[in-house]
Design a protein around this ligand. Structure first.
Ligand code: ZN
Length: 101
């Protein structure tokens, strides 16, 4: 399955906390997602780097890796600690971007 096909049917909000979903939505809405590489089952992108409050999508720019492995969505953000790889606001922003583009 292609990553975009998987994402099209995905409820991104179900993967993140309500706060991170809101922050990530703001990052995406303000066009602060930039693709680095895009393949059928794998995408790398920058997300963030905006001014303003966290609620407005403000914060550091991070590199996000989304990919499918055994039919399941995997994620990694360089802003997350090694053993605490949550679906953070940057992951939310990239996932939403891919649903819309
Ligand atoms: Zn992050």
């Amino acid at each position: 399955m292609k990553l975009k096909t998987y994402l099209a049917a995905l409820d991104v909000a179900s993967l993140a906390t309500p706060a991170n979903f809101g922050y990530g939505s703001a990052i995406c809405r303000r066009n602060a997602v930039e693709l680095i590489s895009e393949h059928e089952t794998e995408v790398e992108a920058w997300a963030g780097g905006l001014d303003g409050t966290v609620k407005e999508g403000g914060g550091s720019r991070r590199r996000v890796h989304l990919y499918l492995k055994d039919g399941k969505l995997q994620h990694h953000c360089t802003g997350n600690p090694k053993h605490h790889d949550i679906f953070c606001k940057h992951c939310v922003a990239v996932a939403l971007y891919l649903q819309k583009n």
